[in-house]
Design a protein around this ligand. Structure first.
Ligand SMILES: NC(=O)c1ccc[n+]([C@@H]2O[C@H](COP(=O)([O-])OP(=O)(O)OC[C@H]3O[C@@H](n4cnc5c(N)ncnc54)[C@H](O)[C@@H]3O)[C@@H](O)[C@H]2O)c1
Length: 362
């Protein structure tokens, strides 16, 4: 096994480098932005701030004067061409991330996750093929596990349009890596939790949503017998995996799981959250037929490959990660518990919507 890459080595590499983070006002993207600013990188975050998606300007408030924020859409070819020029690294995290929504409306996934990825890669091919790309796909690309833990050789049988769109985006990027020499790392993330996730609705980010319910002293419903296993990974560990994989040459063109090899049942997860929050209740609930059909069953990642090639492994245990998450939301609850529509991004979004309405009326 390769020695684990030290955080300081990884951060040193980014000093003075230009990086673009698509979806950089979202959960993982903003945590990545904070880390890269700390490393001395010149950080541009771009985000479309689509209502009900994960973007929140407060996520980067503490580094607002150190970064460039660009409100544009990954589907806007001209904006993307402009943004990719002169970047050393492009972290592609923009996306429609809601599995449930993708089942009733597949088009945002197709347009944002698939077409948007093609627009980004094509812009890179034409204007900056030297940039290094990291893509964050999902463990959902595997679908139901054939055996546990799940390694990168496992078959991919996605159960939803969201997961199909991530798998397709991954394959598009792989083609640009292989055919056009755009060095790219393809990550498949498990369930990530931690500060800066949206907390307004339950449609994505199950662990963070449970944290909110506990903090509100509400009842968390655990479906079935609660024994389904998942691997939950704290966002700082995930960011570390993204950063480290970007700078390891042997990682280019490779797929890596990012998760934890310590599986946890939903009952254990909920008990940990309630214990750390000091409040909240839980009860068993029946799966709805739709949920039952979509539930892929036990899943936990085999992270042997990323440990060996990149030298990354998670270091935060579940109880500590949950505690840090609760502390963060305790402090900044007002920025996450209700929608704050006074931000510049929300205003820009509103202007766009209004101008579209005016155009369609005229
Ligand atoms: N959080 C997880 O547990 C998890 C697990 C597996 C994979 N992922 C993947 O990691 C990436 C980041 O996820 P996240 O949890 O930070 O989600 P998030 O929703 O918090 O962040 C995604 C960001 O992309 C932005 N975005 C959406 N559509 C856009 C568009 N058309 N143009 C520009 N920006 C747009 C959103 O506004 C949001 O800020 C996603 O691709 C997601 O599929 C996340």
């Amino acid at each position: 096994m390769a020695d684990l890459l030290k955080e300081t080595d990884a951060l040193e590499e980014f000093k003075g480098k230009s990086v673009l983070i698509t979806g950089g006002l979202g959960f993982i993207g903003s945590n990545l932005a904070l880390r890269l600013v700390k490393a001395g990188a010149r950080v541009t975050v771009m985000d479309a701030m689509i209502p009900d998606y994960g973007g929140n300007e407060f996520n980067v408030a503490e580094v607002a004067s150190d970064i460039r924020v660009n409100f544009s859409d990954i589907r806007d070819e001209n904006a993307i061409i402009y943004l990719v020029k002169n970047q050393d690294y492009v972290f592609h995290l923009a996306g429609q991330v809601c599995h449930i929504m993708s089942l009733s409306n597949p088009f945002p996934d197709i347009e944002i996750n698939i077409t948007g990825t093609a627009i980004l890669m094509e812009a890179l091919r034409k204007y900056n093929p030297e940039a290094i790309v990291v893509y964050t796909g999902t463990r959902g690309q595997y679908g139901a596990s054939v055996s546990l833990p799940v390694n990168e050789e496992a078959p991919t049988n996605p159960k939803g349009i969201y997961e199909i769109s991530n798998l397709t985006a991954e394959k598009i990027i792989k083609v640009y890596n292989d055919a056009h020499g755009i060095r790219s790392v393809l990550l498949r993330l498990s369930n990530i939790y931690g500060p800066r996730s949206q907390m307004l609705h339950s449609r994505f980010g199950v662990c963070n949503w449970f944290v909110r319910l506990a903090m509100d002293n509400d009842t968390i419903k655990v479906f079935g017998d609660g024994s389904i296993l998942r691997d939950f990974c704290y966002v700082d560990d995930c960011v570390e995996a993204i950063i480290k994989s970007a700078i390891v040459e042997e990682a280019y063109g490779e797929i890596f799981n990012v998760g934890s090899d310590i599986p946890v049942s939903f009952v254990e997860l909920v008990k940990t959250i309630i214990e750390q929050a000091g409040r909240g209740k839980w009860e068993f609930a029946e799966f709805s037929p739709e949920r039952k059909a979509q539930e892929p069953g036990d899943f936990y990642s085999d992270i042997t490959k990323i440990r060996r090639v990149v030298g990354w492994e998670p270091t935060t245990n579940l109880a500590d990660g949950i505690k840090k998450t609760i502390d963060f939301y305790e402090q900044y609850r007002d920025q996450y518990w209700t929608r704050n529509d006074t931000t510049a991004g929300a205003a820009a979004q509103k202007n766009q919507v209004e101008s579209k309405l005016i155009k369609s009326k005229s």
